[in-house]
Design a protein around this ligand. Structure first.
Ligand code: NAD
Ligand code: DAU
Length: 339
């Protein structure tokens, strides 16, 4: 019998990269296709361990390029699609929103058309809790799947737009879809423009840590491998057409996150520098994951175990992140920060 073909878009990035490795190892009976444009956020160094596996395949392509994507689907006849590819950094969406609309909205629509044309058995769209907007600091309020979409940044607005397109292809054309909306991820291969890897890599070099505003904004952190397991479960067991929130009840202020890392690395809090706040900075995100828990998911990492594992990973894998911060990232950092 032919192997099941799973197309993973954005599999050279942070979460998609972890997911590709998880799937290649867990499902030798599937062929995993990693489709990625290799933008500044994607690299193949992370896949050294799996690149020679028989069930791993890489395709360099742009999801917005209809002339390439439609024939690729027609030739390969993918059984299902797990769609991660996106522009993912909120700060970049504030300085340059256009690429977010192109990649996140148009790119998703090209994939939906391609998936509809060949009739995939599942299109799983990986989205974010940021589409719900922000919560206030009342610890008893959470995002549920019924929370109205009220995105506040160009990034989250582009993700919400793509969610609505995915929903529409289900309602109009009967495309079998799921949407997952996850909270903030952290773990191996997290690109050092994001808070946790930025803090770890800078603390290790005794450099200042830029904390936006008063540092009291709250994020709900989930280890990337718990996110991968959630996507695996939804891919196989998710009810057609349904949205699933993903989160592990690990709320922390940004300042707490930075202090935890500084303390774990035995450095001084004098490294913290409060800087101008992000425009439209969402106060708090917090996920109610009970619908996914009913499907059989529960996280395996607490923030304490996950952050310790992640810090150790950055200590053991300096080569990977040092290569990244020496490239395009350097210019980005100098434009974004005045530290
Ligand atoms: P990332 O920025 O690390 O990776 C994105 C990947 O997409 C990169 O490999 C990049 O090369 C690729 N890509 C970008 N434009 C492309 C294009 N036009 N064609 C093909 N590939 C392209 O992102 P991430 O943090 O791994 O996030 C992955 C997905 O998960 C995104 O859709 C994001 O919205 C969502 N998400 C992220 C988080 C988080 O905390 N990072 C949380 C919830 C949801
Ligand atoms: O909630 C899910 C989202 O989490 C994903 O959809 C996004 O793709 C992902 O990037 C992440 O978005 P955030 O904006 O929450 O992540 P970031 O790491 O950029 O910032 C986390 C918090 O830390 C946020 O409140 C802003 C703050 N921050 C961030 C940076 C980069 C700082 O204080 N200083 C910084 O230098």
């Amino acid at each position: 019998m032919a192997k099941k073909k799973v197309l993973v878009t954005g599999g050279a990035g942070f979460i998609g990269g972890n997911f590709v490795q998880y799937m290649v190892k867990k499902y030798p009976q599937y062929d995993i296709y990693n489709l990625d444009l290799l933008t500044y956020a994607g690299d193949l160094m992370k896949h050294k361990e799996i690149e020679s596996e028989e069930n791993y395949h890489f395709v360099k392509a742009d999801i917005t390029d209809r002339e390439t994507i439609i024939p690729l689907f027609e030739n390969e006849k993918f059984d299902c699609v797990v769609h991660f590819a996106a522009e993912s950094h909120v700060d970049r969406s504030i300085t340059d929103p256009e690429i977010f609309v192109k990649t996140n909205v148009l790119g998703t629509q090209v994939l939906l058309d391609s998936a509809k044309q060949i009739g995939v058995s599942k299109f799983l769209h990986v989205s974010t809790d940021e589409v719900y907007g922000e919560l206030d600091f009342d610890p008893n309020t959470f995002f549920t799947e019924d929370t109205p979409l009220q995105p506040n940044s160009p990034y989250s607005a582009s993700k919400a737009s793509s969610d609505l397109l995915v929903r529409a292809y289900h309602e109009t054309f009967g495309l079998p879809i799921n949407i997952t909306r996850c909270s903030n991820n952290y773990g191996p291969f997290h690109f050092p423009e994001k808070l946790i890897p930025l803090t770890i890599s800078r603390v290790l070099k005794d450099q200042k840590i830029p904390v936006y505003g008063d540092g009291k904004n709250i994020r709900d952190w989930l280890h990337v491998l718990d996110h991968c397991a959630a996507i695996d479960l939804v891919l196989h067991e998710g009810e057609n057409g349904e949205v699933y929130n993903v989160g592990g009840h690990n709320e922390c202020t940004n300042l707490e996150v930075v202090q935890t890392i500084i303390s774990a690395l035995g450095k001084s809090e004098e490294l913290i520098e409060f800087v101008t706040d992000r425009l439209g900075h969402d106060k708090r995100y917090a996920i109610d994951p009970s619908k996914l828990e009913q499907l059989g998911w529960k996280p395996t990492y607490t923030f304490e175990t996950g952050i310790a594992q992640t810090i150790q990973w950055y200590l053991d894998n300096k080569e990977w992140w040092e290569q990244i911060i020496s490239g395009e990232y350097k210019n980005y950092f100098e434009t974004q920060y005045t530290l």
